[in-house]
Design a protein. Structure first.
Length: 358
């Protein structure tokens, strides 16, 4: 590598010579880590408590004891296992002798990726594996018909091996900065015969608004799928009429609806794509409000009443306005300056007749 950081041809595999480098999500993760390194610099010696890609000398001189591998998505596990195989043996020896402790951090992981990690790193303690989202398999979310659709169309456009994502890893996460190839190929393929939602794994500008920051849209969709249409429509209506309703309150209401439909407590985070920490916070808040009992993992009678009243107030029944018999709700008190008297009706034709006052 020369003084400007450009690798020389002899340092590049022969098949890559002359090709422009493709920047991927690992570069974005590296940028985030570099910012963290700058943030945690000590003012005196400019040494940071976080070092990105330290050399062996830094491990010794700076007293580094924890090595952390970071990636956004572990789908097939190929990227992380390939990197692990490239780590020098003496580093692995130091890890095995507990001179250093290894941690792995992902935003999300699939069962396939976790299995690959276990095979490539049999001595790695799973307690040191940290993920923001809970482990989820897209194949458990897709119906058989959708799986057939994904594989059939992938075969038709010549991407049979990516029918359910790279190596069949079946990821369920699309990032705002890009679409991983672990998703079904028909979502990101781009050719004369097919144009996916995320062409060539890019995110079209017009789709930026689809990334739901507070999880409200996910909550509505999940409630609808578990046969809670009244609660879903009520929540949707409340968004337009109840300004003070917070994101946390909407999540609590959604959680109650899911539990009342038999969704297990362990699956709540998966259904709503919440982090484990956020999932615990929602349950804790519901318990503090008396809506949920974490000991028995059941919605309390008060929680049932809360969901029922919310559904009655904002649900579909609220939209059906029955015409009542009381005429004062529908007829003006006066017309052209003349006041009417209530209860006087022309029996011959059934019409209400305004009566002049004396």
């Amino acid at each position: 590598m020369d003084a400007y950081g450009i690798p020389k041809d002899e340092n590049i595999p022969s098949r890559e010579i002359g090709r422009r480098r493709q920047f991927g999500s690992e570069d974005r993760v590296g940028h985030l880590l570099k910012n963290l390194q700058e943030r945690f610099k000590r003012s005196k010696n400019c040494v940071s408590s976080i070092e990105c890609g330290p050399v062996l000398k830094q491990l010794k001189t700076q007293g580094i004891r924890h090595i952390v591998l970071v990636d956004d998505m572990c789908g097939s596990g190929t990227r992380i296992t390939d990197y692990w195989r490239s780590i020098p043996r003496h580093i692995k020896s130091l890890l095995s002798f507990k001179r250093y402790e290894l941690w792995i951090v992902f935003y999300a992981i699939t069962p396939m990726g976790k299995t690959a990690l276990g095979k490539a790193m049999p001595n790695f303690p799973l307690s040191n594996l940290i993920t923001v989202l809970p482990e989820t398999d897209l194949q458990d979310i897709l119906t058989p018909d959708l799986r057939t659709l994904c594989t059939s169309y992938a075969r038709w456009i010549g991407m049979e091996s990516s029918g359910l994502g790279y190596r069949g890893s079946a990821s369920h996460v699309v990032f705002e900065h890009g679409c991983p190839n672990n998703l079904p190929g028909i979502l990101w393929a781009n050719s004369q015969r097919w144009s996916g939602l995320f062409p060539n794994r890019s995110i079209p500008t017009e789709m930026r608004s689809c990334f739901d920051e507070d999880g409200t849209e996910r909550a509505l969709e999940v409630l609808w799928r578990v046969n809670q249409p009244g609660l879903a429509l009520g929540l949707l209506d409340a968004l337009d009429h109840v300004a003070p309703m917070t994101v946390e309150q909407r999540m609590i209401l959604t959680m109650l609806g899911l539990r009342l439909r038999g969704v297990s407590e362990d699956n709540l985070a998966v259904k709503l794509f919440l982090t484990n920490q956020k999932h615990k916070e929602v349950l804790q808040k519901a318990m503090e409000m008396g809506l949920y009992d974490t000991t028995s993992a059941q919605v309390t009678p008060m929680g049932r009443e809360f969901a029922s009243r919310f559904r009655d107030r904002f649900g579909p029944a609220r939209r059906t306005h029955a015409v009542v018999k009381s005429p004062e709700s529908y007829y003006p008190q006066q017309c052209e300056g003349e006041l009417r008297e209530l209860g006087k009706t022309d029996r011959s034709n059934g019409r209400s007749v305004p009566m002049e006052t004396q």
